[in-house]
Design a protein around this ligand. Sequence first.
Ligand SMILES: [Zn+2]
Length: 218
Amino acid sequence: MHRARTLVRKALPRRLHAPATTLLLRTAAVALRGNRVECACCGGRFRRFLAYPSLFCPRCGSYERHRALCLWLDRNPGFSSPPLRLLHVAPERALEPVLRRSGVDYVSIDIEYALAMHRMDVTKMTFEDGSFDRVVAVHVLQDVPDLEAALREIHRVLRPDGCAILQLPMEFDDGFDETARAAGFLVDRQFVAADAARNGLEPRESFLLARPASDARA
Ligand SMILES: [Zn+2]
Protein backbone atom coordinates (compact mmCIF):
# COMPACT_ATOMS: atom_id res chain seq x y z
CA MET A 1 0.00 0.00 0.00
CA HIS A 2 2.84 2.33 0.85
CA ARG A 3 4.44 1.63 -2.52
CA ALA A 4 1.18 2.20 -4.40
CA ARG A 5 0.65 5.48 -2.57
CA THR A 6 4.20 6.60 -3.35
CA LEU A 7 3.65 5.80 -7.03
CA VAL A 8 0.39 7.77 -7.02
CA ARG A 9 2.14 10.75 -5.47
CA LYS A 10 4.87 10.70 -8.09
CA ALA A 11 2.56 10.16 -11.07
CA LEU A 12 -0.30 12.53 -10.28
CA PRO A 13 -0.57 16.25 -9.57
CA ARG A 14 -0.95 17.19 -5.90
CA ARG A 15 -4.66 18.02 -6.15
CA LEU A 16 -5.38 14.42 -7.12
CA HIS A 17 -3.41 12.79 -4.28
CA ALA A 18 -6.30 12.66 -1.79
CA PRO A 19 -8.96 11.30 -4.19
CA ALA A 20 -6.46 8.80 -5.64
CA THR A 21 -5.57 7.57 -2.14
CA THR A 22 -9.29 7.23 -1.30
CA LEU A 23 -9.78 5.20 -4.47
CA LEU A 24 -6.80 2.98 -3.60
CA LEU A 25 -8.21 2.33 -0.13
CA ARG A 26 -11.70 1.54 -1.46
CA THR A 27 -10.18 -0.89 -3.92
CA ALA A 28 -8.14 -2.48 -1.12
CA ALA A 29 -11.25 -2.75 1.10
CA VAL A 30 -13.01 -4.73 -1.66
CA ALA A 31 -9.94 -6.82 -2.54
CA LEU A 32 -9.34 -7.74 1.11
CA ARG A 33 -12.92 -8.73 1.93
CA GLY A 34 -12.98 -11.74 4.22
CA ASN A 35 -13.50 -12.74 7.82
CA ARG A 36 -10.12 -13.24 9.44
CA VAL A 37 -9.88 -9.77 11.00
CA GLU A 38 -12.54 -7.33 12.15
CA CYS A 39 -12.39 -3.57 12.69
CA ALA A 40 -14.02 -2.51 15.96
CA CYS A 41 -14.44 1.05 14.65
CA CYS A 42 -16.38 0.47 11.41
CA GLY A 43 -17.34 -3.22 11.70
CA GLY A 44 -15.50 -4.04 8.48
CA ARG A 45 -14.29 -7.63 8.07
CA PHE A 46 -11.28 -8.46 5.96
CA ARG A 47 -8.75 -11.16 5.16
CA ARG A 48 -6.17 -8.88 6.78
CA PHE A 49 -5.51 -5.26 7.62
CA LEU A 50 -3.22 -3.20 5.41
CA ALA A 51 0.37 -2.59 6.48
CA TYR A 52 0.26 1.20 6.25
CA PRO A 53 2.74 1.20 7.98
CA SER A 54 1.13 -0.63 10.93
CA LEU A 55 -2.24 -2.40 10.81
CA PHE A 56 -4.58 -0.03 8.99
CA CYS A 57 -8.29 -0.52 8.22
CA PRO A 58 -8.87 0.15 4.50
CA ARG A 59 -12.47 1.14 5.16
CA CYS A 60 -12.31 3.65 8.03
CA GLY A 61 -8.61 4.38 8.42
CA SER A 62 -8.30 3.02 11.96
CA TYR A 63 -4.99 1.93 13.47
CA GLU A 64 -4.40 -0.36 16.46
CA ARG A 65 -4.99 2.43 18.99
CA HIS A 66 -8.35 3.41 17.46
CA ARG A 67 -9.66 -0.16 17.42
CA ALA A 68 -8.57 -0.71 21.04
CA LEU A 69 -10.38 2.47 22.07
CA CYS A 70 -13.52 1.48 20.13
CA LEU A 71 -13.57 -1.88 21.91
CA TRP A 72 -13.20 -0.07 25.23
CA LEU A 73 -16.02 2.33 24.34
CA ASP A 74 -18.27 -0.63 23.47
CA ARG A 75 -17.58 -2.10 26.90
CA ASN A 76 -17.93 1.24 28.72
CA PRO A 77 -20.97 2.85 27.09
CA GLY A 78 -21.33 5.35 29.94
CA PHE A 79 -18.30 7.23 28.67
CA SER A 80 -20.15 8.53 25.64
CA SER A 81 -23.82 8.23 26.53
CA PRO A 82 -25.77 11.47 26.17
CA PRO A 83 -26.50 13.93 27.60
CA LEU A 84 -22.78 14.72 27.59
CA ARG A 85 -20.59 17.36 26.03
CA LEU A 86 -17.44 15.80 24.59
CA LEU A 87 -14.27 17.51 23.36
CA HIS A 88 -12.17 15.63 20.81
CA VAL A 89 -8.66 17.07 20.55
CA ALA A 90 -7.12 16.58 17.11
CA PRO A 91 -10.01 14.52 15.70
CA GLU A 92 -9.23 11.33 13.83
CA ARG A 93 -11.32 10.16 10.89
CA ALA A 94 -11.73 6.67 12.39
CA LEU A 95 -12.78 7.82 15.86
CA GLU A 96 -14.98 10.83 15.21
CA PRO A 97 -18.05 8.90 13.94
CA VAL A 98 -17.74 6.42 16.82
CA LEU A 99 -17.63 9.18 19.41
CA ARG A 100 -20.56 10.98 17.76
CA ARG A 101 -22.83 8.03 17.10
CA SER A 102 -24.45 8.01 20.54
CA GLY A 103 -25.62 11.59 19.99
CA VAL A 104 -23.32 13.36 22.47
CA ASP A 105 -22.79 17.10 22.07
CA TYR A 106 -19.52 16.77 20.15
CA VAL A 107 -16.89 19.49 19.75
CA SER A 108 -13.50 19.10 18.05
CA ILE A 109 -10.42 21.31 18.01
CA ASP A 110 -7.09 21.22 16.26
CA ILE A 111 -4.29 23.70 15.88
CA GLU A 112 -4.15 23.16 12.10
CA TYR A 113 -6.48 20.39 10.86
CA ALA A 114 -9.07 22.19 8.75
CA LEU A 115 -11.81 19.61 9.37
CA ALA A 116 -11.87 20.22 13.12
CA MET A 117 -14.77 22.38 14.26
CA HIS A 118 -12.49 24.98 15.86
CA ARG A 119 -8.89 25.87 15.14
CA MET A 120 -7.49 26.11 18.65
CA ASP A 121 -4.32 25.47 20.66
CA VAL A 122 -4.96 22.85 23.36
CA THR A 123 -2.71 24.84 25.73
CA LYS A 124 -4.81 28.01 25.28
CA MET A 125 -8.41 26.95 24.84
CA THR A 126 -11.09 29.62 24.80
CA PHE A 127 -13.75 27.42 26.43
CA GLU A 128 -15.11 28.33 29.84
CA ASP A 129 -14.00 26.38 32.91
CA GLY A 130 -15.92 23.12 33.28
CA SER A 131 -17.32 23.18 29.73
CA PHE A 132 -17.03 19.46 29.01
CA ASP A 133 -18.02 16.13 30.55
CA ARG A 134 -15.50 14.23 28.45
CA VAL A 135 -12.23 14.91 26.66
CA VAL A 136 -10.52 12.54 24.22
CA ALA A 137 -6.90 13.22 23.22
CA VAL A 138 -5.25 10.28 21.47
CA HIS A 139 -1.67 10.46 20.14
CA VAL A 140 -1.60 14.23 20.03
CA LEU A 141 -0.23 15.59 23.31
CA GLN A 142 3.28 14.30 22.51
CA ASP A 143 3.43 16.94 19.76
CA VAL A 144 2.46 19.81 22.07
CA PRO A 145 5.57 21.73 23.16
CA ASP A 146 4.22 22.22 26.71
CA LEU A 147 2.58 18.95 27.80
CA GLU A 148 1.95 20.18 31.36
CA ALA A 149 0.13 23.26 30.06
CA ALA A 150 -2.05 21.08 27.81
CA LEU A 151 -2.97 18.81 30.73
CA ARG A 152 -3.78 21.79 32.96
CA GLU A 153 -6.05 23.18 30.24
CA ILE A 154 -7.82 19.84 29.77
CA HIS A 155 -8.30 19.72 33.55
CA ARG A 156 -9.69 23.28 33.49
CA VAL A 157 -12.28 22.67 30.75
CA LEU A 158 -13.45 19.38 32.32
CA ARG A 159 -16.35 19.44 34.72
CA PRO A 160 -15.41 18.28 38.24
CA ASP A 161 -17.20 14.96 37.66
CA GLY A 162 -15.89 14.58 34.10
CA CYS A 163 -13.17 12.33 32.75
CA ALA A 164 -10.71 12.23 29.92
CA ILE A 165 -9.13 9.58 27.75
CA LEU A 166 -5.48 10.53 27.31
CA GLN A 167 -3.05 8.49 25.27
CA LEU A 168 0.52 9.04 24.17
CA PRO A 169 2.40 6.78 21.76
CA MET A 170 4.21 4.06 23.72
CA GLU A 171 7.61 5.59 23.03
CA PHE A 172 6.52 8.80 24.82
CA ASP A 173 4.53 7.13 27.59
CA ASP A 174 7.19 6.76 30.32
CA GLY A 175 6.26 8.97 33.24
CA PHE A 176 2.96 10.09 31.72
CA ASP A 177 0.93 8.87 34.71
CA GLU A 178 2.99 11.07 37.04
CA THR A 179 2.77 14.06 34.71
CA ALA A 180 -1.03 13.70 34.57
CA ARG A 181 -1.24 13.37 38.37
CA ALA A 182 0.86 16.52 38.76
CA ALA A 183 -1.68 18.32 36.54
CA GLY A 184 -4.44 17.39 39.01
CA PHE A 185 -5.78 14.13 37.65
CA LEU A 186 -6.47 10.80 39.26
CA VAL A 187 -5.41 8.28 36.64
CA ASP A 188 -6.48 4.75 35.94
CA ARG A 189 -4.50 2.99 33.21
CA GLN A 190 -6.71 1.00 30.87
CA PHE A 191 -5.65 -2.04 28.86
CA VAL A 192 -8.03 -3.64 26.40
CA ALA A 193 -8.12 -7.42 26.58
CA ALA A 194 -9.25 -8.86 23.27
CA ASP A 195 -8.13 -11.16 20.48
CA ALA A 196 -5.22 -9.07 19.27
CA ALA A 197 -4.83 -10.90 15.96
CA ARG A 198 -8.51 -10.76 15.01
CA ASN A 199 -9.01 -7.16 16.12
CA GLY A 200 -5.68 -5.88 14.86
CA LEU A 201 -4.43 -4.64 18.24
CA GLU A 202 -1.07 -3.91 19.81
CA PRO A 203 -1.48 -5.82 23.13
CA ARG A 204 0.96 -3.60 25.06
CA GLU A 205 -0.98 -0.47 24.18
CA SER A 206 -2.91 1.31 26.94
CA PHE A 207 -4.32 4.72 27.79
CA LEU A 208 -5.16 6.80 30.83
CA LEU A 209 -8.65 7.35 32.11
CA ALA A 210 -8.11 10.64 33.94
CA ARG A 211 -10.53 12.31 36.36
CA PRO A 212 -10.08 15.63 38.14
CA ALA A 213 -8.70 14.69 41.56
CA SER A 214 -10.91 17.13 43.46
CA ASP A 215 -14.01 15.19 42.41
CA ALA A 216 -12.50 11.86 43.45
CA ARG A 217 -11.78 13.25 46.93
CA ALA A 218 -15.39 14.38 47.33
ZN1 LIG B 1 -12.51 0.19 10.07
